[in-house]
Design a protein around this ligand. Structure first.
Ligand code: HEC
Length: 166
């Protein structure tokens, strides 16, 4: 019984670790720039903090999320994402980028950003680089190709994209 208990608590520990932000700001999958985005963790952090996606096609307004954790969201689509979603592609091309702004309940206070970047052609979780960072300092982020925290829910989308083009 005792060993069973300690076994289950170590599993809880493993699960807990797998669910938390696990990168220190310095991650780099070594993929270089994609569509002029520096795909290192620091590169994506700078990109979202500077709002370099703000002139992309976007959902018309901030709305309640269907996912847990953050309260309200707004999704932005780069040109490659727009073209691919419009064409109804089952698999999106390299260079498809989506940014989700995360807000508190008031819909104004920014809580962070989630990003998906298509980094390889074809299907599968490893063709996507996932990133999520949080205000104020974006030092404890989710970052990684086929990230374990992210791909599960997103598998329900079309090639991991769940938000329809507005
Ligand atoms: C519990 C399920 C769930 C998990 C886990 C999850 N997401 Fe999402 N994600 C969603 C849903 C639902 C949406 C649609 C927008 C909304 O309702 O927030 C979404 C939308 C997005 C979008 C906008 C593009 C799209 O596909 O709709 C990005 C970018 C994104 N998530 C990134 C991430 C990253 C990065 C992670 C891992 C750190 C992650 N998500 C983990 C459920 C999830």
């Amino acid at each position: 019984m005792r060993s069973l208990l300690s076994l289950s608590s170590s599993w809880l520990l493993v699960l807990g670790l797998a669910c938390g932000p696990n990168s220190n700001g310095q991650g780099d999958e070594g993929l270089g720039p994609i569509e002029s985005l520096d795909t290192s963790e620091a590169g994506i952090t700078a990109f979202v903090r500077e709002g370099r996606y703000r002139d992309w096609v976007a959902e018309p307004k901030v709305h309640a999320t269907r996912a847990p954790h953050q309260a309200r969201v707004r999704v932005f689509f780069n040109d490659t994402a727009v073209t691919s979603l419009r064409a109804g592609n089952a698999v999106h091309p390299v260079g498809t980028i989506l940014v989700k702004e995360l807000f508190a309940e008031d819909g104004v206070t920014k809580k962070g950003h989630a990003v998906e970047v298509k980094v390889a052609e074809g299907p599968g979780k490893d063709t996507w680089l996932f990133y999520e960072g949080f205000t104020p300092d974006y030092t404890r982020n989710y970052y990684g190709r086929g990230h374990d925290t992210c791909h599960g829910c997103h598998a329900a989308g079309t090639d991991y994209v769940t938000t329809p083009l507005p």
